[in-house]
Design a protein around this ligand. Structure first.
Ligand SMILES: *Cc1c(COP(=O)(O)O)cnc(C)c1O
Length: 386
C-alpha cells in the first residue's frame, strides 16, 4: 500500500533513446548525460517563450544542468510544472528586484578562511565544492556555485582545517557547497577523516541534494564509507512530493540503514510547494522515507528569484495548516535567514491570544481558546511544626 506512493520513473522520457538499465542506474552515466543546452532540453520538453529566453540569457549567472533522472520527472508540456520551475531558467531571472542581493545572508563577510563560514559561535559551514548534480534556479549561493560567474569559491583546505583545529568552540561542522556528495568517495573520506580526528568536533553534518537529483550516487560503498564517521547527520533538500520516487526512497533507505539520521530542508517556492496540500504530501512521504522535515526556508533575497518567492505570511499559513492536523514529527520549522547576515530566525503562527501575570489565553489548531492560569505563590510556613 505504502509502496504505491513511490513511483519509479526510470527511464521514462529516455525510453525511446534505448538506454540500458545499467547505464541509467549509473551515477557516472547520469552526470555525463546531464542536460544543459537549449537543443537538448527541447528534445525532452516543449518549452515556453519565457523558458527558452531564460535558458539563453541566464548562463553567465548560474549554469543550467539537470540530471536525466530529475528532468525525467518534469511535465513534458506544462511550464508551470513544479519540477520545471525549480531547474529550468526563465526570463524572469534577468530581473533584479531592488531588495535582492548577490550574498543576502552575508556569508562572504563571515569567512575567517575562504570557504569557511563561521557565523554562530559553536558551528561552522564548510563549503567543500562549488558544483552540484543539477542547479536550483533559486540557489542561495549562486554567486559562487556552478563555476560560471566571476566570483569563485576558492576554499583553502589546509587553512580551514588548521582554523578548526585551533578554534575549540566549534563542535559541529556542516559540509555544504555546492554538493559535498558530488565529491568522490576518496576525496569525501579524506575530508571526513580529517574532521573526525579533531577532538572538539562532536559531530559532522552533510547538506546534499544528491539523494534527490542523483539517487544513483547513493551506493552501498558510499554508505559503508560514511558510517565510519559517526555521529554523522545528513540534511537533504527536497521541495515537492513528486521528487520522492522509488529510486530516491531506496537510496534514502540505504542511508538510514547506515545509521545516518536525516532531516529535510525545503525552500518555500511560489508555484512549487506554496500550498498546505503539497507540503502535507511532501512531509508524509519524507517520514515514510525516514527523513524528518527540518527547516522550511523563506526564499532568500537572491538576485533574479522574485518570481519564485512567496510572502512570509504564506509560510506561517502553511505551518498553521500542518500543526495539529498531522504528526508533530512531520512539521518543519519555518525560518527566515535574515538579510544582512543575522542567521536563521524561526517564524511561527501566534497561538497566544492574550497574556498577563494571571493567565495566558491560547488558541488551538481548531481555533478554540483555552486558558492556562499562572499559579499563585504558595504560602508556606513551618512555624509551630518543630
Ligand atoms: C544554516 C547555517 C548553519 C547551521 O544552522 P542550524 O540551525 O544549526 O542547522 C551554520 N552556519 C551557517 C553559516 C548557516 O547558514
Amino acid at each position: 500500500m505504502k509502496d504505491t506512493q513511490f513511483k519509479s520513473h526510470a527511464p521514462g522520457f529516455w525510453a525511446h533513446e534505448d538506454i540500458s538499465p545499467e547505464d541509467w542506474n549509473s551515477a557516472k552515466w547520469q552526470l555525463k548525460n546531464r542536460v544543459s543546452k537549449l537543443e537538448d532540453i527541447e528534445k525532452h520538453l516543449t518549452l515556453s517563450e519565457e523558458e527558452r529566453a531564460g535558458i539563453l540569457l541566464t548562463g553567465t549567472k548560474l549554469a543550467t544542468a539537470i540530471t536525466p533522472h530529475f528532468l525525467n520527472l518534469a511535465h513534458p508540456t506544462d511550464p508551470e510544472c513544479p519540477i520545471r520551475r525549480q531547474v529550468i531558467p526563465r526570463i524572469e531571472e534577468t530581473h533584479t528586484d531592488p531588495s535582492e542581493m548577490a550574498d543576502p545572508c552575508g556569508e562572504d563577510s563571515h569567512m575567517p578562511v575562504p570557504g569557511l563560514v563561521h557565523r554562530y559561535p559553536d558551528r561552522v559551514l564548510f563549503l567543500v565544492t562549488d558544483r552540484c548534480a543539477s542547479y536550483c534556479r533559486y540557489c542561495t549561493r549562486s554567486r559562487v556555485v556552478s563555476g560560471v560567474s566571476d566570483q569563485k569559491l576558492q576554499t583553502q583546505w589546509d587553512q580551514a582545517i588548521e582554523y578548526l583545529k585551533n578554534t575549540h568552540q566549534v563542535r559541529d561542522v556542516l559540509l555544504s557547497g555546492g554538493d559535498p556528495l558530488l565529491l568522490s568517495d576518496r576525496k569525501l573520506e579524506s575530508i571526513l577523516s580529517r574532521l573526525h580526528e579533531i577532538p572538539h568536533i562532536q559531530y559532522i553534518r552533510i547538506g546534499s541534494r544528491i539523494p534527490i537529483f542523483l539517487p544513483q550516487r547513493i551506493t552501498p560503498a558510499l554508505c559503508d564509507m560514511l558510517k565510519k564517521y559517526h555521529p554523522l547527520f545528513l540534511s537533504i533538500h527536497t521541495n515537492h512530493p513528486r521528487e520522492l520516487t522509488s529510486e530516491v526512497r531506496d537510496g534514502l533507505t540505504r542511508l538510514a540503514d547506515a545509521g545516518i539520521p536525516m532531516g529535510n530542508q525545503s525552500v518555500l517556492l511560489k508555484g512549487v510547494n506554496d500550498t498546505v496540500e503539497v507540503q502535507r504530501d511532501l512531509v508524509h512521504k519524507l517520514i515514510m522515507c525516514r527523513v524528518r522535515p527540518y527547516y522550511l526556508y523563506q526564499g532568500d533575497l537572491i538576485q533574479g528569484t522574485s518570481h519564485l518567492r512567496t510572502a512570509i505570511a504564506k509560510g506561517i499559513e502553511i505551518i498553521e495548516g500542518l500543526r495539529g492536523h498531522t504528526s508533530g514529527y512531520a512539521i518543519p520549522q519555518f525560518v527566515v535567514d535574515a538579510p544582512g547576515g543575522g542567521g536563521k530566525i524561526p517564524v511561527n503562527p501566534d497561538y497566544i491570544v492574550e497574556q498577563n501575570d494571571q493567565q495566558t489565553i491560547l488558541r488551538n489548531y481548531e481555533g478554540k481558546t483555552f486558558t492556562y492560569p499562572e499559579s499563585s505563590p504558595i504560602e508556606t510556613s513551618i512555624e509551630g511544626h518543630l
